[in-house]
Structures are given as structure tokens and as C-alpha cells.
Design a protein around this ligand. Structure first.
Ligand SMILES: [Zn+2]
Length: 199
């Protein structure tokens, strides 16, 4: 089982303190978390720096991702190095990802103001983030209900903006440490959300 943090921000997000070097050093030092998706706000620049630094370590895998804003709320796309169009509607982002074999995750669906809320029900995302430590417990519970109602795979992720939060929640994925395998496993629901691993 692979342990993957699918939602991590670097300084290129503008609201995170995590530099590429701090992140790669932390992954190197971490014994169980070696795979992350960089999901900066509307940019893949941080991903490019992190993945470049990570090439020095055979056991670290960095997935390209983005947390893209739409007028309705945010959508995470993982699995393509291409930047989605902006502005874009949620529907356009889901289609953009599908065309590239990437996955879409609805992050913190009920956290204001950037969650898509019930609008997610109009979309066909790959998965729902059912646990995000930055969202209130009640909002995470409603997110879990949404995933069950939509019958979609459940993701947990840290949404880390400080390095101490890396891996504060993560997803167990039944896949080899390889991007195509990981994307396929998410699509097939071979995932298990893990909350509060340290407690
Ligand atoms: Zn985020």
C-alpha cells in the first residue's frame, strides 16, 4: 500500500510557507510518506521545482497537480503538467482532465468560500476529498456523505501550507509507486482515506 498526500501547497501558491527544498527534505526524512501531489493554486511552477529536486531521490515520487479556481469553487486536477484554461467552469476542468487521462478531486467540498458544495453533484469528478484537516469536522462529515451519495472514491489529504502539516491526512492507494498506476487506482476506487495518522 502506497501512502500518498494528494494535496500539498508550495510557496508558489502565494499562501504557503513550503519551499521546494523544505518539501523534498521532509519527504526524504519521512519513512512512510514518499509520494505527493503538488496542488498549488492555479500554477504548476512549484511542481516543476519540486520534481526537479526530487530526481535526486529514487524513492520520492512527485505528481503534477493544480488546485484550480472556478466561479463555483475549486477543483484539483492531478496527472497532467498542462495548465488548465482560466477562467474555466467546473465542467470545463473535469473535461480538460478527462481528455488528458488525469483525475479530478473535489477538495473540501463544504469549506467556505472555495468549496463547490452541492454543485459537485452536477459534475462527474473522479473522487471526493472527504477529509481535510483545515475543514471543520462537521464539514468533513458532509463531504463523506457526498462521496457516498455520488458513489465516488474517498480521498484524505493534508492541504499542507506549513511543512509540519505534511501527511496530517493522506490516502492509502493500492498501486505501485508510478503515476499511471496511481491514477488508475484512484479511478478504480482502490483508495482508503486516513485521518489523523499521528493520533
Ligand atoms: Zn488547497
Amino acid at each position: 500500500m502506497l501512502h500518498v498526500d494528494l494535496h500539498v501547497h508550495t510557496i508558489y501558491s502565494g499562501d504557503s510557507l513550503i519551499t521546494p527544498k523544505i518539501l523534498v527534505d521532509a519527504l526524504h526524512a519521512n519513512s512512510f510518506l514518499k509520494t505527493v501531489a503538488i496542488t498549488d493554486h492555479n500554477t504548476l511552477e512549484g511542481y516543476r521545482y519540486v520534481s526537479k529536486l526530487a530526481t535526486a531521490y529514487e524513492d520520492i515520487l512527485v505528481l503534477p497537480g493544480i488546485e484550480a479556481a472556478t466561479p463555483r469553487g475549486e477543483i484539483i486536477i492531478i496527472g497532467t503538467e498542462e495548465r488548465p484554461p482560466r477562467p474555466a467552469t467546473p465542467e470545463e476542468l473535469v473535461e480538460f482532465a478527462e481528455q488528458r487521462n488525469a483525475v479530478t478531486i473535489i477538495p473540501h467540498p463544504y469549506r467556505a468560500p472555495s468549496g463547490l458544495g452541492d454543485y459537485a453533484k452536477h459534475l462527474r469528478p473522479t473522487a471526493i476529498e472527504v477529509y481535510n484537516p483545515t475543514a471543520m469536522p462537521i464539514l468533513n462529515r458532509i463531504a463523506l456523505r457526498l462521496a457516498k451519495e455520488m458513489n465516488l472514491p474517498q480521498i484524505a489529504a493534508s492541504d499542507a501550507h506549513h511543512i509540519k502539516d505534511l501527511g496530517a491526512a493522506y490516502t492509502k492507494i493500492d498501486a505501485a509507486q508510478n503515476m499511471d498506476e496511481i491514477l488508475k487506482a484512484i479511478k478504480n476506487g482502490k483508495v482508503q482515506p486516513v485521518q489523523n495518522p499521528k493520533t
